[in-house]
Design a protein around this ligand. Structure first.
Ligand SMILES: [Zn+2]
Length: 173
C-alpha cells in the first residue's frame, strides 16, 4: 500500500510509505535495558537514543549494541535534537503513552526520513519500526518488524565422554 506525503521536512523528495512489513530489524538486548533506564529517569517524557546498523543481510538488519544518547530537549510530546547526528543511522524514540500510538506524521517527515532505521517505543515496548531507503527521486519508508536479537554463543563441546556404539542402530529395536 502506498501513501504519499508532500510535506517533507528537509528534503524536496516525496515520501512513499510501504505499510506491508518487508524488512526485519534485530535489536540487541541492551536496547531493552536502556529503555528501562531512560523510562525510570523520564517516566512521563519522550526521549531518544541513536545507534548504527551493524550488518544488512537481504531484508534483515542487525543493529549495533553501541548506543549514543544525543544532546536533546524533551517534553511529553517532543524530542528536539541539539547536535548533528550524521554519524548515526539508527534512531529510537519513545512515546510516553501506554497505548501503541504508531509513528506520527512528524516522526515520518523529520525522524524516519533522516535515519536508515527508526524504532518507536510505546511506553516501554518497541512497537514500530521503519526502514528508510533514499533514491534520487523519492524516499521509501518501509514498515518493518522489530525483533530481539538472540545471541547464540558458539561453543566447542568436549565430546570425549561420548563413544559411538557401533551396535547402536540395532539396539534401537
Ligand atoms: Zn514520535
Amino acid at each position: 500500500m502506498f501513501k504519499r506525503n508532500r510535506e517533507v521536512f528537509d528534503s524536496e523528495l516525496e515520501i512513499i510509505e510501504i505499510k506491508e512489513p518487508v524488512f526485519k530489524v534485530y535489536y540487541p538486548a541492551i536496547y531493552l535495558s536502556i529503555i528501562k533506564n531512560l523510562n525510570k529517569k523520564f517516566p512521563a517524557l519522550e526521549w531518544s537514543f541513536c545507534s548504527t546498523v551493524k550488518t544488512i543481510t537481504g531484508t534483515e538488519y542487525i543493529l549495533s549494541d553501541k548506543i549514543y544518547i544525543p544532546k536533546q530537549k524533551v517534553s511529553n510530546a517532543s524530542v528536539k535534537y541539539e547536535e548533528n547526528l550524521d554519524e548515526y543511522n539508527v534512531v529510537v524514540h519513545r512515546h510516553p503513552w501506554k497505548y501503541p500510538s504508531g509513528f506520527s506524521q512528524t516522526d515520518k517527515d523529520c525522524i524516519n526520513s533522516n535515519f536508515d532505521v527508526s524504532l518507536l517505543v510505546s511506553d516501554d515496548k518497541i512497537t514500530n519500526a521503519s526502514v528508510c531507503i533514499k533514491t534520487e527521486f523519492c524516499i521509501f519508508q518501509f514498515a518493518a518488524n522489530a525483533e530481539l536479537l538472540v545471541h547464540i554463543p558458539e561453543v566447542e563441546v568436549d565430546t570425549s565422554n561420548i563413544k559411538v556404539d557401533v551396535f547402536a542402530y540395532y539396539k534401537c529395536f
